[in-house]
Design a protein around this ligand. Structure first.
Ligand code: AKG
Length: 265
């Protein structure tokens, strides 16, 4: 169960308070209930169903052969996805967490479909990003639930406070980064495991160094989510390793941009 301080419930929530920021720094995450309305996420889901084609999708298999489909973006665009990733509701709050300006590092839609969506093994996002020329771990992600996320459909799991360990080695083995298993085992004994149950529109902000994973989706219910990762502007990669993550100024959009976005033209 999440602690009360890790849940932001206020219906009129605007920005994180100093207490919220302290919680995020202590736990490595904070969950904002209904940061987006059910109408807004329904719009995103319908848009994804219309715009994501099989050619756009990357398939990520887990070790038992289950597959998660991903659609990734290298930069925020002028589309409905961009109205979320550039939305002041996320961006202003992420800047408050870091106390400095950020830009969109990457974004992805995770299509973890019923009965086939694969598991993600324990990892830290900064475990990868470190290798992509990011000197500092001043990076994080915000995952927005599009479908309800539960234990049954493979919701995100975190080890509370594990970001304080700092970066752990991830070794590249074939196509995957595999985290130092000895340390993960010890971390599981020391830090509490949390399953993050989310309703559509809830948003979880989580630290780039927090240990996280998710189970495969063996249920009858899809679990789709949209994850945007942010980097601080002071931490622009010192070398270009990937097509994503390279700096471009973030053109923030107002909170109402999602519903006002013209889907027709
Ligand atoms: O949402 C999930 O199932 C896992 C996503 C994840 O671990 C990641 O994007 O780094």
């Amino acid at each position: 169960m999440l602690y009360d301080s890790e849940l932001v419930r206020a219906s009129n929530f605007e920005t994180f308070s100093p207490d919220h920021i302290r919680t995020y720094q202590e736990s490595g995450f904070i969950l904002v209930k209904s940061l987006f309305s059910t109408d807004e996420v329904a719009r995103l889901k319908a848009y994804a169903q219309q715009t994501i084609t099989p050619q756009d999708v990357i398939v990520k298999g887990d070790k038992t052969g289950n597959e998660t489909k991903l659609r990734m973006w290298n930069r925020p665009e002028d589309d409905l996805y961009g109205m979320f990733s550039r939305n002041e509701r996320i961006v202003d709050n992420t800047e408050l967490l870091f106390g400095e300006p950020v830009y969109v590092y990457s974004a992805k839609m995770i299509l973890k479909n019923a009965r086939e969506g694969g598991a993600w093994e324990w990892h830290q996002d900064y475990g990868y990003w470190y290798n992509y020329g990011c000197l500092m771990p001043s990076m994080n992600s915000c995952t927005i639930a599009i479908d309800r996320a539960t234990r049954e459909n493979g919701c995100l799991q975190v080890l509370r406070g594990s970001h304080k360990m700092g970066r752990i080695n991830h070794d590249r083995i074939n196509e995957q980064y595999v985290i130092d298993l000895e340390r993960v085992e010890l971390a599981q004994k020391r830090f509490e495991l949390e399953h993050i149950d989310m309703q559509p529109g809830d948003a979880l902000f989580f630290d780039g160094n927090i240990l996280h994973r998710s189970d495969s989706n063996q249920s009858e219910h899809n679990r789709w989510s949209f994850i945007v990762s942010y980097n601080t502007v002071s931490n622009v990669p010192y070398k270009k390793v990937r097509e994503y993550g390279n700096y471009e100024p973030l053109l923030k959009v107002p909170r109402q941009a999602i519903m006002e976005f013209d889907l027709v033209s």
